[in-house]
Structures are given as structure tokens and as C-alpha cells.
Design a protein around this ligand. Sequence first.
Ligand code: PGA
Length: 252
Amino acid sequence: MHAARALVAGNWKMHKTIAESTAFVRELLALEPDFDAIDAVIFPPFTALAAAGEALRGSLLGLGGQTMNDADSGAFTGEISPLMLLDCGAHWVILGHSERRASCGETDAAINRKVHAALRLGLTPIVAVGESAADHAAGRTHDHVVLQTSAAFDGVTPDDVARCVVAYEPIWAIGTGLSDSPAAANNVMAQIRGSVSGLERTRILYGGSVKPDNIGQFVAQPHIDGALVGGASLGAQSFADLIANARVNATR
Ligand code: PGA
């Protein structure tokens, strides 16, 4: 049986200044979301990470980076290390988001190195996998996501795999308003869960056009433990509604 405590992760992508990020945190905390029943984590851009970390200090709202390098330090211009994330108060990191795979050339091998680095330093990785529209149309969804998942966790012990989170995000559903159907996503996630030893104990999130009004249908599915949310995570009220609606339906 996998973990039932739902997780709502807000991936801000390249949005929000420092002032906007701290205002979001203040506004969200004022809405008093029920963090006792659910885990909620925001992923601001690097420039706002430290300020957001200050603003949420003492609360149960989590903080994470949108990516990282696998080295602790070194000659990697423009990169951010896992130690720098921890320095900002972040304990989570998204690894292998499809936008980074597509536009920054992140390979399965690089993502695997980052998973090892995150685990070594005590960061919780959210490993993102998902198929393109072409692979989806050609019936290659299963093969594609299972390959990506196995590659990401290559050489990771089952107990360490169990410390991670996986996000299944069909690329065609990201930012399009065309979310996958909860039942279809659940089927893919069952296949992901069975693909690597340890994943039967992890949380698997669905991502791709999740909104406050559909998150409940996703988390009501047996293999869906929460959501990785882009656009709808940018407003404090919307993020609070995501948390509230995930909490109601996640009970099983
Ligand atoms: P979206 O993005 O919710 O805007 O579709 C999800 C993601 O890319 O993580």
C-alpha cells in the first residue's frame, strides 16, 4: 500500500519577482490552509528562493528548487547546487521536468546523477516523467514512461526510491488546459509504480492542467497521491483551493 497523504506541489516556472513571491507566501499563510492533513510545497525561481524561504519560515509550507546540478560546487556557470538549495531552506527539488528535458537538453543519465545527489544530501526529489503527444498517439506511453522512470532510479536502492516522489506529466497536457482523464492517468501511474522496486511505497503525482476544480477527481484515484501544478499554483487563493480540494478527496 502506498502513502495516502496527499502532496500538492506548485511549480512556478519562470514567474514572480522577489516581492511577488513573498507576497504570495504571506497571502497563502493568511488563508490558513490545512497543512496538517496535506503536504504543500512551492517551487519559486532561484532568485526568489531565499526570500520565499524567509517568508515561510516557521510554517508547514515546503520549499523546493525547480532543478539543480548534481555537483556540490564547481566551474558550472549559471548552475545551482544542491547545497545552495539547502542554504535557502529548500528541502525539495523537481528533477527532469519535460521543459528542462526539451529546452535544456537534460538527459536520463543527468537526471539519474541528480537523483543520487539529491538523496545523498537529504533533498526530496520529485522526478518528472511523461510522454509527448506523438508517443501518446502512437500508443508508446507505457514504454516511454517506464524507460524514463527506470533510468532515473538506476542504481538507487528500493529504500531510497521510497524516499522520492514521481510526477507523471503527459507533455501534451502541460499548460494546454487539456488534462488527461483521471482514470487514464491512474492506469499509467499504476504501470510506473510497478516498474521500479520501492515505487510501491512512494507518492506519485499527476501533472498537466490541474486546477482547483479537477484536482479532487485526480486524487480520488487509487494511484494518484497529489499533483504537480504549474499555472494554477501561481495565485495564493488558487493554491489554497488546490490544497483544500485535494484534502477532501484524498481520504481513502
Ligand atoms: P500546468 O503545468 O499545471 O500549467 O499544466 C504543470 C507542470 O508543468 O508542472
